[in-house]
Write a protein of this length. Structure first.
Lengths: 470, 116, 453
């Protein structure tokens, strides 16, 4: 294990490498794998304050000390030494759509972001090879004091605010992948919404992994001050490569009293990506946090969005939909911790397993003593579409307070013969009929997504049914 | 009136250190913050592990399992995943000896042996 | 039942290879069994004691449990009639279900056994395991350790190494035993009891078998470690009851595992009311097609009791129907753990499997209920579901009773009684049901004179 060294002692300089078509890189880490030198290099290039470098280096130690978890999906083929941990594109952040380099624009075209959207959207942060390239923030919200920028910028321009919250919801020692992210994080979003401000249009961000052996380690921190509201949408996609990619993000949300945060994701990583994410929120008095989580891609996803209900009257909701096709394993779910009275929670999980796919629900419902008059309901439904498909449900229910009402229900079934028969007798092909049933199955969650996402979700599922998607 | 137990001499725990002592079958963490002694139940309120195995930095003690931080002067949980404060014990120092009176409150955490 | 005195080494605390071998010789066992016992002992030594870091023991702390604290073998006097049994046992028998055959294990030995002539005529065998080994050696050899193998876990290894007493129930083809068969385990010393139950119900036969566990009050810790193997043949029917009501000084460990062949039915009722710590693994393994089952599990924990049930329904072939209902109440600083896994293996199509766990918390707020309903489904043409609820006494139920003039405290008790009624109502054995109702009433503190309907 390499020794820790300070940035000065390392005396690092920038490297310039030859570039590959069609991608162009300004900077690429000189080697695969991770060690303090690389971590220090990342920090230096971002001109980070000393405390952040220390934070990163301590996290790296933690990452090495923690064993790879064996309780979830199969991580044993993941080789940490075969990944590049940092790439920064050539251009700096632009201010409007025109400033964005053309090939990046092309990528967005391929991803299908409608032109019309760009007018409506408040701001778009796009992550291209670990660095936020494009960012524009609508003037009126800037005036209201809303901060929406990349995490690097957030650290630079709002250091005190970031320092107060960064790593307090998910400490680097929380788990191996939070430690990894804490060491090499790059990109992601920083959002601050001042008291009383309501952002009506969702903030969005798109990511893309576009190089062989790229890791994605974005870090997002959203602080919704008292009485504010924000809806943040994260969606990503990555093309297919033969070697494994790793996506290990950390998202921390803080909802102060009476605030509301909704965080929606549709994940459609290519089927050779490991998607290991730690997402956690804290909701104070009368605040609400909603996670809407769609897992369609990746080879293995392990993700359990969590809400800690810390103030009286707080509410947490997790809507999760997972689709596991051939060779995929979606290991997802949600965690809710009731730590104050009169809190409520709802977890709805819908999963579909097709071919040899495996979908797993893993969840925690914990009610601490003193969380009187709390209510919780968990509903997990799984749909199996093929004989070889598999589904598991592993909920942990720990109740320490008697004055509560908690309910948990799970069902597993296949598409009913009668349903299929009925639809096919109306002229639909078998695939179309199944697609329709599946869409109906996930409808309660799909309807919570913004329309274009719902459409994208339905379209993707349709494609999966028809077998035309990988 | 809670009974005071002599658990250590002032030299046993240097400033910046934390050590575990067993008092009436309960694990007690004793730490020294710039010469001031603080004692609390040596069990993390998030998951069963001894906090005394973690790192003490100033008045913050970091749990070795998941990194939750506690303020040793108040027992309060400063970061997730810990949510509940750890019960503090009364401490008095007399004649270079440290005495601790146990707080009847106990850490309620999964796996804690209730039969003891 | 022993002619010779108990060897000295068995009178000391702790188990060792020497103890195991001495025990086997003392019981005049065949060589194959002595070998097996020693193999089990070696395994026991190798397997580490479960800690809170092991998933299956995540919530139950047994770090203070050590077999070195207990005497492995405690004798008891032989009796020739029921009247000579300890008073408390006689009471239990009287209050229990009418029986057609009876075995009483007193500490580590079988004190008394009886089989109605009607039954023995039909070829029903019901005797302690040691006698069974002598008289039905082949049958025992074939089946023993078949469902709870010596390597199932550390406690099973210990039982395999040091079991004594126990029973074999064998019901031949087509024989229907109408009146239940009863087995009592009575402990009145601070030592250990390690019974092993083996039930074989042949094709088309049917029987009800009740295992009951009770003890005399004592301050000193005692240790009960049992294993139960239930073989249900094709088209056969077994109703198995495990009624655990030890005193508060007992640590209870038990594994009950069944195999049900084609078109057979098993109804199991596992009751946990007593002991200081109770951990029972109830496994319906090897569920063959067409089989049908109902698993009921009422439990009630108070003071600082810890009651832990780990259940498994493992469907290996199609068309099985399985229903599990475990309901528990907690009060004071007790802790209950329910872990239930429904596993459907590839090919087990048309499986119908359900699991429900309901917990009700009474009294103070120090109780801790854990529920872990799990599913692992690898066949698609199935219907599986589970549900779990935890909370306090339902307000609407309370309101209904209070609106009829019943004071709140009484109404609460009635609701809890009704809560268990959902399970006890499914028991067709009158005597047993009454016994259970009384025990539950006692735990709630009902003290009603009239019977509640």
């Amino acid at each position: 294990m390499p020794e820790d060294r300070t940035v000065q002692a390392l005396g690092l300089d920038e490297y310039k490498f030859g570039f590959h078509d069609p991608e162009e890189y300004f900077f690429k880490t000189p080697r695969k794998g991770i060690d303090p030198e690389i971590v220090a290099m990342i920090s230096k290039h971002k001109n980070e304050p000393e405390w952040m470098l220390e934070f990163r280096l301590n996290a790296l130690k933690s990452f090495w000390e923690k064993p790879t978890p064996q309780w979830g999906g199969n991580l044993n083929e993941l080789d940490f030494d075969e990944i590049y941990y940092y790439i920064r594109p050539m251009e700096n952040q632009g201010r409007s759509w025109d400033d964005v380099p053309s090939d990046i624009k092309n990528t967005f075209e391929k991803l299908g972001i409608p032109q019309a959207e760009r007018d409506i959207l408040a701001g778009v942060g796009a992550q291209y090879e670990s660095e936020v390239v494009y960012h524009s923030l609508k003037e009126e919200w800037e005036k209201a004091g809303v901060v929406f920028m990349d995490m690097d910028g957030g650290l630079r321009e709002h250091e005190d605010l970031v320092r107060e919250y960064f790593g307090t919801i998910i400490p680097p020692d929380d788990n191996k992948f939070a430690a990894l992210n804490s060491a090499v994080w790059s990109g992601g979003s920083f959002v601050y919404v001042p008291p009383g401000v309501s952002i009506d249009i969702p903030l969005q961000a798109y990511f893309r992994i576009n190089a062989e052996n790229m890791g994605q380690f974005e870090r997002t921190l959203i602080i919704a001050d008292e009485g504010s509201y924000v809806h943040y949408i994260e969606g990503c996609t990555a093309p297919t490569y033969t070697t494994n990619s790793l996506h290990s993000a950390v998202v921390e949300l803080i909802a102060k009293p009476n605030a509301r945060i909704r965080y929606s994701t549709i994940q459609n990583w290519s089927h050779n990506t490991y998607n290991l994410v730690t997402k956690r929120a804290v909701a104070y008095e009368d605040a609400t946090v909603e996670w809407v989580d769609g897992n369609l891609g990746s080879k293995l996803t392990m993700k359990y969005p969590a809400v800690y209900l810390m103030g009286e009257g707080a509410r947490g909701e997790i809507l999760s939909v997972a689709y596991a096709g051939d060779g995929q394993h979606q290991d997802a779910g949600g965690k809710i911790v009731h730590a104050a009275p009169n809190t409520s929670s709802l977890i709805t999980s819908k999963s579909i397993s097709k071919g040899t796919g495996r979908s797993t629900y893993r969840g925690l419902l914990k009610v601490h003593e003193g969380a009187e008059s709390s209510k919780s309901r968990v509903e997990c439904d799984a749909l199996l579409l093929d004989e070889k498909a598999r589904t598991d449900t592993y909920p942990y229910i720990e109740i320490e307070e008697k004055k509560v009402s908690t309910e948990h229900e799970a069902t597993v079934s296949k598409v009913g013969e009668d349903q299929l028969f009925y639809l096919m007798s109306r002229g639909l092909s078998e695939e179309e009929a199944i697609a329709m049933v599946v869409n109906g199955f996930i409808e309660p969650i799909a309807k919570e997504l913004p329309l274009e996402y719902a459409i994208e979700l339905n379209r993707l599922i349709q494609l999966e049914m028809e077998g035309s998607v990988g | 009136m809670p009974e005071f137990h002599k658990i250590a001499t002032v030299d046993e725990v240097a400033p910046g250190e934390v050590r575990q002592y067993l008092v009436e079958d309960r694990p007690v963490a004793l730490c020294n913050v710039n010469g001031e002694f603080h004692a609390f139940e040596d069990i993390c309120t998030h998951q069963f592990v001894h906090l005394s195995e973690g790192e003490l930095a100033g008045r913050e003690l970091k749990c070795p399992l998941h990194g939750a931080k506690f303020d040793v002067t108040t027992g309060k949980a400063l970061s997730l995943p810990a949510v509940k404060a750890v019960p503090k014990h009364e401490v008095k120092v007399e004649d270079r000896n440290v005495y601790v009176a146990l707080n009847p409150k106990r850490v309620k955490v999964v796996g804690r042996n209730r039969r003891r | 039942m022993q002619k010779n005195g108990v060897p000295e080494i068995l009178k000391n605390k702790g188990v060792s290879a020497e103890v195991v071998e001495t025990l086997s010789k003392f019981k005049s066992e065949p060589a194959w069994l002595t070998e097996k016992r020693l193999e089990a002992w070696r395994l026991f030594e190798k397997i580490p004691m479960p800690t809170l870091r092991d998933e299956a023991w995540r919530y139950t702390d047994i770090s203070d449990v050590s077999i070195d604290d207990f005497i492995p073998y405690v004798p008891s006097p032989d009796v020739s009639s029921e009247k000579e049994l300890p008073e408390a046992v006689q009471t239990l028998i009287e209050e229990g279900e009418e029986n057609s055959a009876l075995i009483v294990q007193h500490n580590s030995e079988t004190a008394y056994s009886r089989v109605d002539e009607k039954l023995s005529h039909k070829g029903v065998v019901f005797t302690d395991l040691h006698t069974a080994l002598a008289e039905h050696g082949d049958l025992v050899r074939k089946k023993l350790f078949g469902l709870v193998p010596i390597d199932y876990d550390k406690f099973a290894a210990l039982n395999a190494a040091a079991f004594s007493g126990g029973s074999l129930l064998y019901v031949p083809r087509g024989v229907e035993v109408e009146v239940p068969i009863q087995s009592y385990h009575w402990l009145d010393v601070a030592g250990s009891i390690m019974p092993r139950t083996l039930v074989v119900v042949e094709e088309g036969a049917s029987v009800t078998y009740i295992d009951e566990y009770a003890s005399a009050n004592s301050e000193e810790l005692a240790f009960s470690n049992g294993a139960v193997e239930l073989y249900v043949g094709q088209g056969a029917h077994l109703r198995y009851v495990s009624l655990q009501n030890w005193e508060r000084n007992v640590l209870h460990f038990n594994t009950i595992r069944s195999s049900t062949e084609k078109d057979s039915t098993i109804n199991s009722l596992v009751v946990a009311l007593g002991s200081q710590l109770s951990r029972t693994n109830v496994e319906a393994g090897l569920v063959a097609d067409g089989s049908d089952s109902e698993m009921l599990g009422p439990y009630f924990a108070d003071s600082s009791q810890v009651v832990d049930h780990h259940t498994l329904q493992d469907h290996i072939s199609p068309n099985a129907h399985w229903d599990l209902l475990y309901r528990g109440a907690l009060r004071d600083e007790s802790q209950t753990v329910f872990s239930g896994l429904i596993r459907v293996e590839p090919g087990a199509q048309k499986t119908d499997a359900y699991q429900t766990n309901r917990n009700i918390i009474l009294g103070t707020d120090d109780a801790f209920a854990v529920s872990l309903p799990n599913l692992e489904i690898m066949a698609d043409d199935v219907k599986c579901s589970h549900g779990s609820t935890t909370g306090q006494v339902d307000e609407t139920d309370l309101f209904y009773l209070m609106s009829r003039g019943i004071p709140r405290k009484e109404a609460e008790k009635l609701v809890v009684f009704g809560f268990f009624g959902e399970v006890t109502g499914r028991i067709p054995l009158r005597g047993l049901k009454e016994k259970l109702d009384q025990a539950i009433e006692g735990k709630i503190g009902l003290g009603f004179e009239e019977r509640v309907a």
